[in-house]
Each structure stands twice: as structure tokens, then as C-alpha cells.
Design a protein around this ligand. Structure first.
Ligand SMILES: *Cc1c(COP(=O)(O)O)cnc(C)c1O
Length: 501
């Protein structure tokens, strides 16, 4: 199998090359050049497999230039018991058997959000890919983060031989817990730097560094090469396909589903990465009826699915589900490529319109295909808070605000369509990680007044009987190791200094 670019103008690449490059040379995203199919018989055989076993099977179908042994050496450390706190890795919890409602818990990794599933394995895939392609430079991973990705990438890349990682976060734009998660990061190859500005400043700064030829050549002479750990890299998307299969097969093995029975997935969405992985799982033959896309007040994707018009010309809102505050969903490009019959010319034109005017409209046939597979609605902050509260009152089950956006949209979907198929809501973060909104939603504003996020961790543990996740416990007692803060204009100079040492 080879990987081709969604813009249609790049030479086919092996999976190792695609993972190493991250983005295709023509500015597009790499996608597999042929569909991968799993038959009903194969699916039945896979039921009951461990997460690691299933990950091996599915990765092998796409990473055809990797040997079985190479894949094992990537999968085994990534999903080990020392990394994921739940023995199932991605446990499926029944919430309401009568309605067939289940939650897929994707937050048992070291940083308590689903990004660990990709970022625990990406460093292994990337370092293998380097060896396979004869690359002998050290990889310097640059990350701009609004909170969750930075910490997940740091945990994934810390002390991985042949790599260094530099994370830029908005100095005043992340939560207390998110900041401490990053500035207390251990590891000999990690750098965490505050940017005096917002996320856009950090993101633009990183983009400029990637495009800075002089700097690229200079660090090349010092034996380094930049790479990216964000979700445009196929190596970040592929591992996420696994847990959709795992969830379905778990219910199948427990007898909750009949062979071939169709279900729905509800996915809280920002950059369209997580739900795109669900789309690939469906394409492979997983019996999925609808993919329900849940958005917050930044509902550019909900409008797109309803109208076929993508329009980012709208206000940007800061919400209580901050990891979904995004107006340019870069992975949508892959979906459009697949649904237009791999029409790179069309995709190029739409993406150029998006860049120039902030808006494009897909043709009627493509829009019809999108509507056949996807359904979408959005939740404002008030509705999100209500969903946290109702879910706790009704089921005694605590969810974070991102998952709550999904739960709200699940209810809307049932109301609007009358569809009674069994449904799995993807839970993307631990309620402990976004504890302020969670405590306020369930116990009222009085309960949070005057309390730090650390006091709230204790409060939540006491109220629910759950234990504080290991990654968040004692964070305020760990030494701060990273104190550097820079102006956006000094980001490139800082990277130069770090890498020339
Ligand atoms: C990143 C993130 C999302 C959005 O995922 P996408 O792949 O960008 O759609 C949702 N919830 C949480 C907690 C996240 O960290």
C-alpha cells in the first residue's frame, strides 16, 4: 500500500515516508491509496481480542511496509499497563441498557484525554520510520498547544532516543492543571516554553518555523530535522481507528450486539481527527449506521454538514470545552478526498477558496454522501453544563464538558430522528481534568468558589469515590522545571538556541 496526497500532486509514499513527512509536499494530507476491508467473518474472529492484539492487527493492514515484529515493538510499550490505568485500555461502560447507550472511555492514558492513544504510539512509529527510510538526523518535534496536545506529546516523546520535543503554550491561555502538567514535565529531551500571547500566536510561530528555510538548513547542519506531532500526521490518525473496532467488538463479545448489528457513534469534535478515524472504521466494514458529530458553540462543522457550506467567517468563542474551540478543521480535507472519488483537483480548489475567502461550498453529490453518513448538532455552554448534571443525576456517572457536548447531541439525535439503534458516545477526557465546570454543573457555583483546581480534585474524589488519576495527583507538589516565557517574535530564535546546543 502507498499513501497519496489529497491535493493529488505528490509522489506516492510508503507509510514510513508519510509518517516521517507528516504533511505531503504539495500541502495536502496523506491518505491510503486503496480501501482496506474487513469481512464479517474476520470481524467475528477478532471479538474478545486484547487492545494490544487488535492494535497490531489493524495497524498491520495500513503499515504494509512495517514487519509484524516492528509493529509489535511499537504497540507493546504504547498501550502497556504502566501507560493506561485501566486494564481494558479503552473500557466501554453501559449507561442505559434499555436505550442501548454506552460510553467509550478514552481517558485512562497518562494525560487523561484521548490524545494519548495516538501520542503514546506516534514516537515509536516515527523513530521506526526514520530508521526504515535511512534518515540519520535527530527529529525535533515542534508543538503549539491549546492545552491537551502539548502534554500528551511530551509524555509520548520524553526520553525517546533520537528525538527532542519543544512545546509552545499560550502563557495565560491554559488551565491551572494543564499548565502544571506541562511545566513539571520530566525528561532529558523536553522543552516547554510559554508564549506571551494566545494560541494563534503560538500556532503561527510554529508554522513560521516550519517554513523558515534558513533555520531549517541551519538545524539540518546541526544534525536535526523538524517534524510535527499534530493530527494531520497519518501516524496520529491511524491508531485512533483501533478503538472504534475495540468498542464494537467488546459489545459483540459480551453478547450486547448481534453479529452485524449496526450501531451509532457520537464523537465530540474539533479538528475532525477523532471522528475521521470513526469514518475509516466504518469504511473498513465496521457495522456503523450514523456518525453523530457533536460540536460546541464553535459550530462550523454542524453548519457544514447541514448546508454543504464551510464558512469560518464567524466569531470565535471560548467555551468550557476548550479542546473543541477551533474553526479550521484540517482533517476534513481527508473526508472530502474520499467522498469525491479521490478528486485532488476539486480538493485543491476548495482549500484555496478556504484560504482566500474563508469559505467554500461542496457540490450536491458530495453533500448528499456526507449527509448519508453524518448527522450533527451543537451544544452551548449552558446545555453542556446541563448534560453534565443530568448524566450524573440519572446514571450516577460523571462526564467532562467535552463528553457532555456529545451527550447533549446524542439526546438531540434521538429526538430528531427517532433512531433507536445502540449508540456509543466517545468520552474524550476525564472529568477530573476539567473539574471546575464539572463541580459547578453538579454541585453548584458555591462548591467551586475560592477553591483551586487541586482542591477540586479532592472534592471530586470524595464525592464520587473515584480515585484521582495518577497523572493529575500531586501535580502541585512536583518541582516546576520549565519557566521560560518568550514573545511570539522570539520563538524561532529560541528554537535555534535550543537545537544548536
Ligand atoms: C482534542 C480534543 C477533542 C477534539 O478532537 P478532534 O480530533 O480535534 O476532533 C475533543 N475532546 C478533547 C478532550 C480533546 O482533547
Amino acid at each position: 500500500m502507498f499513501y497519496e496526497s489529497t491535493r493529488g500532486k505528490a509522489a506516492p509514499a510508503t507509510s514510513a515516508e508519510a509518517i516521517k513527512m507528516g504533511i505531503a509536499p504539495d500541502g495536502g494530507l496523506f491518505v491510503p491509496d486503496r480501501p482496506v476491508k474487513i469481512s464479517r467473518e474476520q470481524l467475528a474472529e477478532m471479538a474478545g481480542r486484547s487492545y494490544r492484539h487488535l492494535a497490531r492487527d489493524i495497524l498491520q493492514l495500513y503499515l504494509t511496509d512495517f514487519s509484524a515484529e516492528e509493529i509489535v515493538t511499537c504497540v507493546t510499550p504504547a498501550y502497556g499497563a504502566d501507560r493506561f490505568a485501566d486494564p481494558a485500555v479503552a473500557p466501554v461502560r453501559p449507561l442505559d441498557r434499555g436505550r442501548g447507550l454506552h460510553v467509550l472511555e478514552l481517558f485512562h492514558g497518562p494525560t487523561c484525554a484521548f490524545k494519548d492513544f495516538a501520542l503514546q504510539i506516534l514516537p515509536h512509529l516515527l523513530t521506526r520510520a526514520m530508521v526504515k527510510t535511512g534518515e540519520n538526523k535527530e527529529i525535533a518535534i515542534l508543538v503549539a498547544t491549546s492545552g491537551d496536545t502539548g502534554k500528551a506529546a511530551l509524555e509520548g516523546f520524553k526520553d525517546v532516543p533520537g528525538t527532542r520535543i519543544i512545546v509552545f503554550y499560550p502563557a495565560e491561555g491554559v488551565s491551572e492543571i494543564q499548565k502544571l502538567q506541562m511545566v513539571t514535565q520530566e525528561g532529558g529531551n523536553v522543552h516547554v516554553i510559554g508564549v506571551r500571547g494566545n494560541f494563534d500566536h503560538a500556532q503561527n510561530g510554529v508554522k513560521e518555523i516550519f517554513g523558515n528555510r534558513a533555520l531549517n538548513e541551519e538545524i539540518g547542519r546541526a544534525g536535526c530535522r523538524f517534524s510535527s506531532a499534530n493530527s494531520i500526521n497519518w501516524g496520529r490518525l491511524l491508531p485512533q481507528i483501533v478503538y472504534y473496532f475495540f468498542a464494537y467488538l467488546d459489545l459483540l463479545a459480551k453478547g450486547e450486539l448481534a453479529a452485524g448489528e449496526e450501531i451509532n457513534f457520537v464523537v465530540p469534535t474539533g479538528n475532525f481527527g477523532n471522528i475521521l478515524a470513526a469514518f475509516y472504521a466504518r469504511r473498513m466494514g465496521l457495522p456503523v449506521h450514523r456518525l453523530v458529530l457533536a460540536a460546541n458553540r464553535n459550530n462550523v462543522l454542524t453548519d457544514f454538514i447541514r448546508t454543504g457550506i464551510y464558512d469560518r467567517n464567524r466569531p470565535f468563542y471560548k467555551t468550557i470545552s476548550p479542546s473543541m474551540d477551533i474553526l479550521i478543521s484540517s482533517n476534513l480535507e481527508r473526508l472530502l478526498f474520499e467522498l469525491t472519488g479521490r478528486d485532488g483537483t476539486k480538493i485543491t480548489a476548495w482549500m484555496e477558496e478556504l484560504k482566500a475567502k474563508g469559505r467554500y461550498r461542496v457540490d450536491a453529490a458530495t453533500h448528499a454522501k456526507i449527509r448519508e453518513i453524518f448527522w450533527s448538532d451543537a451544544a452551548g455552554d449552558t446545555e453542556t453544563m446541563a448534560a453534565v448534571r443530568h448524566t450524573y443525576q440519572q446514571y450516577g456517572y460523571l462526564i467532562d464538558p467535552h463528553t457532555a457536548v456529545g451527550m447533549h447531541v446524542y439526546e438531540r439525535y434521538r429526538e430528531a430522528t427517532g433512531d433507536r439503534r445502540k449508540t456509543i458516545v466517545a468520552s474524550t477526557a476525564s472529568p477530573f481534568k476539567f473539574n471546575q465546570s464539572v463541580v459547578q454543573a453538579v454541585w453548584g457555583p458555591e462548591a467551586v468558589r475560592g477553591k483551586s483546581e487541586f482542591a477540586l480534585l479532592e472534592f471530586l474524589a470524595q464525592k464520587t469515590g473515584l480515585s484521582i488519576p495518577p497523572g493529575l495527583r500531586d501535580l502541585n507538589k512536583k518541582p516546576v522545571r520549565h519557566t521560560l516565557a518568550v514573545e511570539p517574535a522570539d520563538m524561532a530564535g529560541t528554537v535555534r538556541k535550543i537545537l544548536s546546543r
